[in-house]
Every structure is written in C-alpha cells, then in structure tokens.
Design a binder for this molecule. Structure first.
Ligand code: GMT
Length: 380
C-alpha cells in the first residue's frame, strides 16, 4: 500500500506513534510518505520505502497567521497525486483531518483518509469550545477513525456526540528493540554506588504534573538513596528544578532534557513515575514496561488499560502523593518484588502491545477503509 502519514513531528507521543507506525509499515513492504512541516524526530529518511515531504508555509505579508492547514492540504493532494497514494492517515483531528478532508475533495479519484485520535483534540476543545463543531465534523467525515484506548473512544463519543464507528487500536512498541540492554557507563554516571534509578519521561506540560514527580521522590525519603532522572523538556521544567532545590533533593535529581535514544535511559531504570492529570494511553509507561521498568502512575484515562494495578505496576488517584511515595519506597526496599513487577510489566508489553500484534490491526483497518471507499483493495 502507499500511505500518506501526517503528525506533529515534535517530541509528543502522537508523533512518536505515527513515526514508529510508518517505520513498521515500511519494514512490512508498504511505502510510507510523511507529510509534515518538519521531519519527525525518530524518522530515518534513509530507511527503504520511507519518504519525507516537507510542508512549507510561505508568509505572505498580508497574512498575520500563515495558513498551515491549507498548505498541508495542498501538499497532501499534490503528493497523493504524484506518488499514487492509496490513503492518508492523519494523527489528530485538528487540524490534520480538516486538511485531509480538503485534499480528498481536491482529488479526481477517491482518496480515503483515516484519523487517529490521541486525546489532544478533546483537550483543545476543553480549552476553546469554538473548535467543537469543526472537530466533530472532521471526525464524522473521516473514512475511518481509530482511537488509542477504549477510554478515549468513549470520551470522544460523549464529548463530540458522534455515533460513527471508532476502531480501538492501542499504541505499541517494537519488543525486539524496546528491551533492556543496560549500558554500565550510563548507569554508573547517575548511580555510581548501585543506588536504584527512578525515571520520569514526558514533555513537561502541566498535564504531566512534573512537580508531583519531585514531591513524590522527596517523600520517598533520603534513606532509599535513589537517583531520579527527569527525561524531556517543556514549560514546567523550571518550576520542577526549583522545587527539587527547595525540597533539598536536587543532588539526587538529574534533568537530562530531550533525549534521542530513550532506550538507553529506560534500560538503566528501576521504576517510572507518571503522576499525570490525564493520559489517554500513557506511551511513556508502556515504553518503560517493555524495558522491565514498572510504573507508578495515576488512575486516569487509558492508563488502567495499560497497567494492571498491583500486578505489573501501580495506580493511584491523581495527586495521591503519599500513596505513590509509600508504594515507590516499599518497592525499592523489596528488590525481589520490584524485579517480579518488572518481569510482569515486560510480559504485558510482549503479550498485548508488541508491534507484531498491533501493526496487522492497522493493515486490516486500512484494507477495510480502502475497500469501502473505492470498492477495491490496495494495488487492485
Ligand atoms: O500528552 C501529551 O502531552 C502529548 C500527547 C500527544 O498528542 O502527543 O499525548 C497523547 O498521545 C500519546 C500517544 O498516543 C498518549 O500516550 C498520551 O497519553 C496522550 N496524552 C494525553 O491524553 C494527555
């Protein structure tokens, strides 16, 4: 199949999912054309059957705001025509599926598009209700819609009052690549005396509650002697750094910023803290679990679909800092229990979320949508 893929190419989870999906599809023989304003960070354009088409937005002096959605729609239609794309797959309704809708209508032949919801459309509409009608519209007119969790599917149906079918296809990891391969030098850098390593990985947006991570770590107490590695960057980094100093734990906390090779860090971790206000899925928890690192997370959104509380990780009410701190402490004090929880976390990743199980679900969905929209399968 020839697929056009559009996402936000930044460090967010949706961009990572879209990129990894494209890479996996290309491995399986499909041609994948990324169409976005910058090259997605984990994309290797040298990989066979992967192509990148930049969307350039020229700034005509009369426009106060460059019309990105229109530039994207034009580029989608142009690439679809030239590369004979079978379909478009966009991540986020706003603005990507609106652009795909325009591109579809510009074509002289059927060009179905699939929208994958990651949760951010709901957040956007929560912040500004004026986006509700256009978001609902773009979901309704998509040829296929997928959601990354059951939670998000139900929330979308309620929030946007949509009754159309939505296919749940969970996020995934490549279990061959995402597995523990600890680099002793890296571990030595952060934990020279063999102390346990606690991780947090996010884009440091307010929804991630990064100050809670610091607070939980401080409440775990000095005597567990753990080291906390804060991976990522974003608006709340400064206040989290300040809090670490204020709570007297800054010597045991490292802010390492955005990292290209996240697997190296996940491989030296013992425990992950993810106390988010909301996660429609919680990709960071899954990536950690694949490395045998269990997560202590909030009991919100799609996280209970990823973590089984008390088995392969632990879930607490948002803001239950003492609950999280006591749990982290008791796990780190009981290495056998920590190891077993980590083993079960890896097992969950392998059994339910490996790309080898999930990518075929996308392929079947693509075929279904294509057949419905065009009356033919790929290449027929
Ligand atoms: O959570 C973020 O800040 C980024 C956001 C995104 O759109 O990239 O993440 C969403 O999509 C991820 C990948 O599907 C999910 O793992 C995250 O849970 C989801 N974030 C929220 O629902 C808040």
């Amino acid at each position: 199949m020839r697929i056009g893929m559009t996402c936000y190419p930044t460090y967010g989870g949706s961009g990572i999912v879209a990129t990894e999906l494209g890479k996996e599809l290309a491995e399986r023989g499909h041609e994948v054309h990324f169409i976005s304003y910058a090259q997605p960070i984990r994309l290797d354009p040298e990989q066979p059957r992967i192509f990148y088409h930049e969307v350039e937005v020229s700034n005509y002096p009369l426009f106060e705001f460059p019309p990105y959605s229109l530039a994207l729609a034009s580029r989608m239609a142009e690439v679809a025509e030239r590369e004979m794309l079978d379909l478009l797959h966009v991540h986020y309704a706003i603005p990507h599926s609106v652009s795909a809708f325009l591109a579809r209508n510009m074509m002289s032949r059927p060009l179905p598009f699939i929208t994958t919801l990651h949760g951010t459309d709901i957040t956007l509409v929560g912040v500004d209700r004026s986006y509700l009608p256009i978001t609902r519209f773009s979901i309704q007119v998509s040829d296929g819609v997928t959601s990354i969790s059951n939670y998000l599917k139900e929330r979308t149906c309620e929030e946007f009052e949509v009754s159309r079918p939505i296919e749940v296809i969970p996020n995934f990891v490549n279990c061959d690549l995402y597995q523990r391969h600890p680099d002793p030098h890296l571990r030595q850098r952060f934990a020279p005396d063999g102390e346990p390593v606690v991780l947090h990985l996010s884009n440091f947006r307010p929804v991630k509650r990064v100050r809670d991570v610091i607070e939980v770590f401080a409440r775990m107490g000095q005597d567990v002697a753990a080291h906390l590695i804060m991976i990522g960057d974003g608006p709340d980094r400064g206040s989290a750094e300040y809090l670490a100093r204020k709570l007297g734990v800054s010597q045991r906390v490292s802010f390492v910023g955005k990292q290209d090779n996240i697997r190296d860090f996940l491989s030296i971790g013992d425990l992950m803290l993810l106390p988010s206000e909301m996660e429609s899925f919680g990709l960071a928890a899954l990536e950690a679990m694949a490395h045998g690192v269990p997560a202590i997370a909030s009991n919100v959104g799609g996280l209970p679909e990823v973590i089984e509380n008390g088995k392969d990780g632990y879930l607490f009410a948002v803001g239950d800092l003492d609950g999280m701190a006591n749990c982290a402490r008791s796990l780190l004090e009981n290495p056998a229990r920590l190891k077993e929880t980590g083993r079960l976390a890896r097992q969950t990743a392998e059994r339910r979320f490996c790309s080898s199980h999930i990518i075929p679900q996308y392929e079947r969905f693509y075929e279904q949508v294509l057949r419905r929209a065009t009356g033919r399968g790929a290449g027929e």
